[in-house]
Write a new protein. Structure first.
Length: 154
């Protein structure tokens, strides 16, 4: 009797695992290799909230940044690194909301409102980046991911 119960319990567990994708099937549909679709809107994720001066319209923001191409097959979504000033000793500075903008729209919006000492990950869809034409090593219709640290506001 005990062994019959154990066999039935094992069969129920096996059916449940297969039904919820936990085994026996093609696991590629649940792995990062299946591909995560890039967001279609700007995505801002604060990693560290700064406590200093705020990057506001007309102010000059000085940042450290690293830019990556979005890669939905990677667990961290960061593909090829296309630009960075981290470790160079140089900051990148621009006027926030300048007219015309001095940086791509998504980068500008990603820095706007940050406070000195803050760190963000900003994911930029093509419509707020380089669009269909791309730029330099950035292909057309690329979604971009920037890791940004706000170092100074003047």
């Amino acid at each position: 009797m005990k062994s019959t119960f154990q066999m039935i319990a094992a069969a129920v567990c096996a059916v449940a695992l297969v039904a919820c994708g936990g085994g026996g099937g093609d696991s590629s549909t649940s792995s990062p290799a299946a591909g995560v679709q890039p967001p279609t809107a700007l995505k801002i994720e604060d990693q560290v909230i700064g406590t200093g001066a705020e990057a506001a319209t007309g102010k000059t923001a000085s940042v450290r940044y690293t830019g990556y191409l979005f890669d939905g097959s990677r667990s961290d979504l960061r593909g090829t690194k296309f630009d960075s000033n981290v470790g160079t000793g140089s900051l990148f500075s621009f006027v926030v909301n300048a007219n015309p903008l001095q940086v791509i729209s998504g980068f500008n919006s990603g820095v706007l409102g940050m406070k000195v000492g803050g760190k963000r990950v900003v994911t930029i869809p093509p419509s707020l980046g380089y669009g269909a034409s791309g730029f330099s090593s950035i292909p057309g219709n690329a979604t971009l991911i920037f890791e940004i640290e706000l170092v100074a506001v003047n």
